[in-house]
Design a binder for this molecule. Structure first.
Ligand code: ADP
Length: 486
């Protein structure tokens, strides 16, 4: 069995060494309708995780030397199947994570594009040939796969993040053990199933679903893992980094953000409101790139807040699968509690809640929260310093661009930063001086292209960038070889 039906609920097993394995399961609940179980997904043991790592190690020599056409074809076929089934997979994503159907399908298409991109990259891996300082000696600089890659992913992009880690890992000849978040494992299961059916050799990609404290922890401690690529919370990210350092192993870690969006007096008000609305609240604000700090100069402040609050009240919050819904539910009870706790903390800290922040009921029982906007925030408030990871944003009023820039950079994070302005001078200065890995001018801080690097600075990220051609840095290791013609 890989997926079977028991008591009207589909059971999904782990993929270890080419076989579907596992007899203990965790339910995956639809956050738009808590009475619906999307499926039961295997919960791997420590032994099963170790078996997956052993299988990946055994499969590495053959896969690392496999032809580039074989790897390219597998990635291309996977991309094409994802694209063909985008509505079905997008619906699955919406059911398990709560993104709207449009967001779910959009993310699925992005995953297909990522596989397509790396299908091409598999054919383009080059090296360098250089003369040596010693006559008659030639130097080659080449890239080789790193080895066994441990992939640990969060729930908020349940297909795009696994795709942007799995596709480059396989492209460059690595083998994989992948562990999705227990809250939303279905899309990764779907990816593994598609890869498996499209000719993935046994052991090359192993799927181990289950708890972070069991499966993730076992991956951190196993000697045979050569590198770990992780996206998730700051606290787990630190734990991953420390474990990797202990084992002298490579790590690529994407964590949180507290992303600023500056709105200057000279901004186009309509653009600024659209950018803030999208960046702060779409995908229910559950994006590490969400704009959670809106830093607004004095002369536009009141007009901006009034227009944004008005637009927010017209956002339709509801069941992710309903065509009219613009903001889906919060992913689960734990995240909802965190959002509500921060909303009441903001009020205690002296910020003014001017829109949203209320639980709403719909026909189905789900975690429906209206997007919340605070004003009168100061940079030192906890709601302006800590990542909330929900549809909650706060406005900090500033006097001018210089103060806005200082506030924007005054954070321990540095993932994405945006500015809305019609001034070329300020836009250019901000692009150069924002302390963030990604900078957006008149665009939402969230939402990035699949073919360019993704990642941040300071407490947001650690290790080489993800995505695009820069992915090669993490997923390969450089070899310098010398040969004498004598
Ligand atoms: P969030 O759930 O807020 O996205 P987490 O950091 O808790 O962030 O989870 C991200 C991923 O890390 C998930 O797949 C989770 O299961 C995993 N994880 C949690 N704890 C550990 C751990 N101790 N070791 C390794 N992975 C873990």
């Amino acid at each position: 069995m890989k997926s079977t039906v028991c008591c009207n609920v589909a059971l999904h097993q782990n993929l270890i060494d080419g076989a579907w394995i596992g007899n203990r399961f965790l339910p995956n609940i639809n956050p738009s309708d808590l009475s619906e179980t999307v499926g039961e997904f295997a919960s791997a043991t420590e032994d099963e995780t170790q078996a997956a790592i052993t299988a990946a190690r055994a499969a590495f020599p053959a896969w690392s030397r496999s032809g580039i056409l074989e790897r390219s074809r597998l990635l291309r076929d996977t991309s094409q199947e994802i694209l063909r089934r985008k509505d079905e997979i997008g619906a699955l994503l919406s059911r398990e994570e709560g993104k709207t159907m449009a967001e779910g399908i959009g993310e699925t298409v992005r995953a297909a594009q990522i596989f397509e991109f790396f299908s091409g990259e598999a054919l383009r891996l080059g090296g360098e040939v250089l003369p040596s300082v010693r006559p008659g000696v030639e130097v080659q600089v080449t890239r080789e796969p790193l080895g066994v890659i441990g992939i640990i992913t969060p729930w908020n992009f349940p297909i795009a993040i696994p795709a942007w880690k799995i596709a480059p890992a396989l492209c460059y000849g690595n083998t994989v053990v992948v562990k999705p978040a227990e809250v939303a494992p279905a899309c990764t299961w779907m990816l593994a199933e598609i890869l498996h059916r499209n000719g993935l050799p046994r052991g090359v990609l192993n799927l181990v679903m289950g708890k972070g404290s069991v499966v993730g922890q076992a991956m951190l401690e196993h000697r045979e893992v050569d590198g770990i690529t992780f996206t998730g919370s700051v606290s787990t990210g630190r734990r991953v980094a420390e474990a990797c350092a202990r084992h002298m192993r490579r790590s690529q870690i994407e964590m949180g953000g507290k992303n600023p969006l500056i709105v200057l007096d000279d901004a186009d008000l309509g653009v600024a409101v659209d950018v803030a609305l999208n960046g702060s609240f779409f995908s229910t604000g559950q994006r590490c790139t969400a704009s959670s700090r809106l830093i607004v100069t004095d002369a536009i402040h009141d007009r901006f807040v009034a227009a944004l609050a008005e637009q927010m009240t017209s956002l339709r919050v509801g069941h992710a699968m309903e065509a009219t819904t613009q903001i889906g539910p919060v992913v689960d009870e734990g995240q909802l509690k965190q959002d509500l706790d921060y909303i009441s903390l903001g009020q205690t800290e002296g910020a003014r809640l001017v829109a949203g922040g209320a639980l709403v009921t719909r026909q189905t029982e789900g975690h429906f929260l209206t997007p919340a906007l605070f004003t009168d925030c100061t940079p030192t408030m906890r709601i302006m310093r800590e990542e909330i990871f929900g549809p909650v944003a706060g406005v900090i009023r500033v006097n001018d661009y210089d103060e806005a820039l200082a506030v924007a950079n005054g954070t321990e994070f540095g993932l994405s930063a945006g500015i809305c302005t019609t001034s070329l001078k300020h836009a250019s200065h901000f692009r150069r001086n924002a302390e963030a890995g990604m900078v957006m001018v008149n665009l939402p801080t969230a939402g990035v292209d699949f073919h360019v690097p993704f990642g941040g600075r300071k407490g947001s990220s650690f290790g080489p960038r993800e995505q695009g051609r820069y992915a090669v840095e993490f997923f390969t290791t450089v070899k310098t070889s010398y040969s004498s013609s004598f």
